[in-house]
Write a protein that binds this ligand. Structure first.
Ligand SMILES: Cc1cc2nc3c(=O)[nH]c(=O)nc-3n(C[C@H](O)[C@H](O)[C@H](O)COP(=O)(O)OP(=O)(O)OC[C@H]3O[C@@H](n4cnc5c(N)ncnc54)[C@H](O)[C@@H]3O)c2cc1C
Length: 414
């Protein structure tokens, strides 16, 4: 079949990988040049530990508290937007325990499925992208966070995701080369990490060599439809005929779906990162500073710091105040790491595609028989990429998906 994928992020590329292996003719339409989207500069963590969706009890109160602090890690940019209001209402409706309980098994299954596919990819792809299984350390400094994290660890263990509560001495023993300041931590041994820009940069030529067509600097603008089917994608460079369409346009997917009269609540969750090159005594295990919501990942000799979640539509401006919030947090947890505020040009930013209930959209769209939507993975898109791509390929190939995807239904808010 001729399959057109809109979007060349990790979800689009993973879909292309599995569709190509299933002998489909694949074209990726990408509005940028594929050098630096959200899937490139992220923190590279593969996190089956993250089974609690963003829409969870307590997040609204935290969001309101953080709104008045310009260096805070979570922020909703106030603006008069009907889409933001609708998104916010759905978030509010889902930030409860019942939703979390229902979401956990679905997220866990997709996450473990995707991790197992990363293991295969690391073994089979002819290039190295730094995949390593060393777990994840969640570091905390206050009694309040310790209590919250102990509860999260108990939930994880109850669902079969191993979590170990560590004293500060046990945390330090895991990081012998770097001094750590923390009251304690929770260690998730099942997590992994990789170097996302190395994965993306090598996967693109690999797919090209295998016959996948890339149309870069080409915007999918509208669709030609007939009999409840898309017959062509209208782009800035002409129309493309296809049998099946995959919408994997990340934070822009809601806007693209509008052309098909599909409601897909979506907000970009802006985050920043920067890379410290050639760190002499590097950390071994990726970590998250819980109070500051900063993610730290070793990538070879380099070290990436990432953080902040600004719900800001598709606004791309950089707030150096929030980058400063990340930099200021570093010596509080790793006192020997001296990090200067990077120049704005060195700061990467990306928009996480956030659905209001914290679950991705994966599946066929209602009302259009040849459209699959695959987006909305928020802070877990890298982790869930291969799993999503394999599901997309199986759906198009008429195969039974290997995991249950009911909770990711595209039309769940309508
Ligand atoms: C600071 C930060 C840290 C993160 N850390 C992690 C992490 O450690 N682990 C993890 O799992 N996830 C992490 N994430 C989240 C992860 O990066 C995203 O969820 C993931 O990259 C989303 O992938 P995607 O393919 O859905 O979207 P994208 O990568 O955004 O790709 C979508 C593509 O569609 C293109 N597009 C949009 N509209 C059109 C159109 N009309 N026509 C053509 N092309 C179009 C865009 O240009 C874009 O390239 C992090 C994100 C940030 C910001």
């Amino acid at each position: 079949m001729k399959v057109t994928i809109i979007g060349g992020g990790i979800v689009g590329l993973s879909s292309a990988y599995y569709l190509n292996r299933a002998a489909h003719e694949v074209t990726i339409i990408e509005k940028g040049d594929l050098s630096d989207g959200c899937s490139h500069g992220n923190a590279g963590m593969i996190v089956p530990s993250h089974i609690i969706p963003l829409a969870a009890p307590g997040m609204i109160a935290k969001g309101i508290r953080w709104m008045f602090n310009s260096t805070s890690p979570f922020y909703v940019k106030p603006r008069l937007s009907l889409e933001l209001l609708r998104w916010g209402y759905q978030f509010y409706k889902h930030a409860n325990e019942r939703h979390v309980e229902q979401a956990i098994p679905a997220l866990k299954e997709l996450s473990l499925y995707s991790k197992s596919l990363y293991q295969q990819l690391a073994a089979e792809l002819p290039f190295d992208f730094g995949y390593a299984e060393r777990g994840l350390l969640m570091l905390y400094q206050t009694a309040e966070t310790e209590k919250e994290e102990a509860e999260t660890a108990a939930i994880a263990n109850a669902h079969g995701v191993k979590a170990q509560i560590l004293s500060k001495e046990e945390v330090q023993a895991l990081e012998p080369a770097v001094r750590v300041t923390a009251r304690g931590g929770v260690y998730f041994p099942g997590d992994a990490h990789l170097t996302p820009h190395n994965l993306m940069r090598q996967l693109i030529p690999y797919l090209k060599n295998r016959g996948v067509t890339f149309l870069t600097n080409t915007v999918a603008e509208d669709f030609e439809k007939a009999n409840r089917k898309i017959v062509g994608v209208k782009t800035s460079a002409g129309a493309y005929v296809c049998d099946e369409v995959v919408l994997a346009a990340g934070s822009w997917s809601g806007a693209v779906a509008k052309h098909l009269n599909i409601t897909l609540p979506m907000q970009g969750g802006k985050g920043y990162s920067f890379l410290l090159k050639g760190v002499e005594s590097n950390i071994r295990i990726p970590s998250i500073f819980l109070e500051a919501r900063v993610a730290v990942t070793p990538m070879g000799n380099d070290l990436r710091f990432g953080g902040t979640m600004e719900i800001a539509g598709t606004d791309q401006r950089i707030s150096m105040n929030r980058v400063k919030g990340i930099v200021d947090a570093i010596p509080r947890y790793y006192p020997d790491l001296k990090v200067e505020l990077p120049d704005a040009k060195q700061v990467w930013h990306g928009l996480r595609p956030c659905s209001p209930d914290g679950l991705p959209y994966i599946g066929r769209a209602k009302g259009i028989n040849n459209l699959i939507i695959a987006t909305g993975h928020a802070m877990m898109g890298l982790s869930l990429g291969p799993g999503t791509g394999k599901l997309v390929s199986d759906l198009i190939s008429g195969k039974q998906p290997e995991i249950v995807i009911d909770q990711f239904e595209v039309g769940r808010y309508t």
